[in-house]
Design a protein around this ligand. Structure first.
Ligand SMILES: [Zn+2]
Length: 383
């Protein structure tokens, strides 16, 4: 299925098997950057890495058998379907012992990797989702208005309206009083048409909820149009497009994605900047892996902020599910902790389960100087 919502990831993260491990497989399949041959080769390499990892693992025969079947199923899938796969990435989660198999087509390339773990390795999915906003692109001129929905790199036309407001009094055709009267009439017509557009936009917003609104119209209409927009929508108005209703959806999509990328970068810079200034004044924030995990374990985290694709091994307490960089025994319950392939992935998962927000920052950023990870806190427990 196509990755398109937070619920899909939440559902996936609920899967857990007590008797078997889950195989998570991520593959870059961006045909605009790689040939089919290169994609097939990298999938082959990745799977053979997985096989040698598996050979070295010490565990029960049943567990190994389940994972070996996972690899076989993934190999079969890739040899049959990779050449016709038309997305930038592919993610497969398999736990054969439990007959679990879930496949996602990804709009953005992930890092190639294969991971055997207690549950599905979901962080790359959450990072991809985090990169995308639901955008409404509205383009209009005097003749018509078009509303588009843009999400995860795809565009669809929601609605269009044809009005055809005459542009102006024909030159030389009208004089004096009559000409002024007609001009006023046209201005009112245009105003009503703009109102109709903003009302329609609000109706569509109530039905489809979007994060950002982009508007495409001639510059001269902006000052008349903007005051008519509902305050809810005004807060979401993030930019202006050059594309017009006569332009193709592809052109609208291209310009919108370019704008989204720029805005996203600015937003990330702002978050990191806020975090750094909170840290510097000793406020409600923390940074560095060790301290961030401690705050997460204590339930202090409000927003977890991590560098995209940053990963580190760590440990987890089997009883409290507390996460650590290197504690061999849980300081809280004194049990022996278990090793983790990627403690940051677990941290993201723990944060999502605790209803914290998670932000993935594309490197390089100022966060690099603070251990690549940090958090805004709800409160700070006294030590
Ligand atoms: Zn514990």
């Amino acid at each position: 299925m196509k990755l398109s919502s937070r619920e899909q990831i939440e559902n996936l993260s609920k899967f857990k098997s007590d008797s078997f491990l889950t195989t998570s497989f991520y593959l870059k399949t961006d045909k605009s950057r790689m040939t089919k041959k290169e994609i097939a080769l990298s999938s082959k390499n990745l799977l053979s890495n997985g096989r040698s990892q598996l050979d070295q693992m010490e565990m029960s025969k049943d567990k190994k058998e389940s994972m070996s079947q996972d690899l076989e199923k993934i190999t079969n899938f890739c040899s049959k379907h990779l050449s016709s796969h038309n997305f930038s990435g592919l993610a497969i989660f398999s736990c054969s012992g439990q007959e679990f198999w879930e496949l996602f087509n990804l709009p953005t390339s992930p890092l190639n990797r294969i991971i055997f773990d207690q549950n599905p390795y979901i962080r790359p999915l959450s990072a991809i989702l985090d990169q995308h906003h639901r955008i409404f692109a509205l383009t209009f001129d005097r003749r018509e208005a078009k509303w588009y929905d843009i999400f995860m790199g795809e565009i669809s036309l929601l609605e269009n309206l044809i009005e055809d407001v005459p542009s102006k009094v024909r030159e030389g055709g009208w004089e004096g009083y009559e000409s002024k009267r007609i001009e006023r009439h046209i201005a009112t017509h245009l105003h009503d048409y703009f109102k109709k557009i903003t009302q329609k936009t609000f109706e569509l917003f109530k039905k489809n909820h979007f994060d950002w609104l982009f508007l495409g119209c001639r510059e001269k209409y902006r000052s008349d149009f903007e005051p008519l927009i509902h305050p809810y929508l005004k807060a979401r108005l993030k930019g202006w497009l050059k594309t017009m209703p006569s332009d193709s959806p592809t052109a609208v999509l291209k310009e919108s994605l370019g704008l989204e990328k720029k805005l996203k970068k600015r937003e990330e810079d702002e978050i990191v900047h806020r975090l750094v200034s909170e840290l510097e004044k000793g406020g409600l924030a923390t940074s560095g892996l060790k301290r961030t995990l401690r705050s997460l374990n204590r339930g202090e985290v409000q927003t977890l902020i991590t560098t995209r694709d940053f990963s580190k091994p760590g440990r987890i307490c089997p009883k409290c599910s507390f996460l650590f960089v290197d504690e061999l025994r849980c300081p809280s319950c004194k049990r022996k902790t278990n090793p983790l392939v990627d403690v940051i992935d677990e941290a993201v998962e723990a944060a999502l389960n605790k209803n914290c927000q998670v932000r993935h920052i594309i490197p390089p950023s100022k966060l690099d100087r603070f251990g690549k990870i940090g958090a805004f806190l709800r409160y700070k427990a006294s030590i």
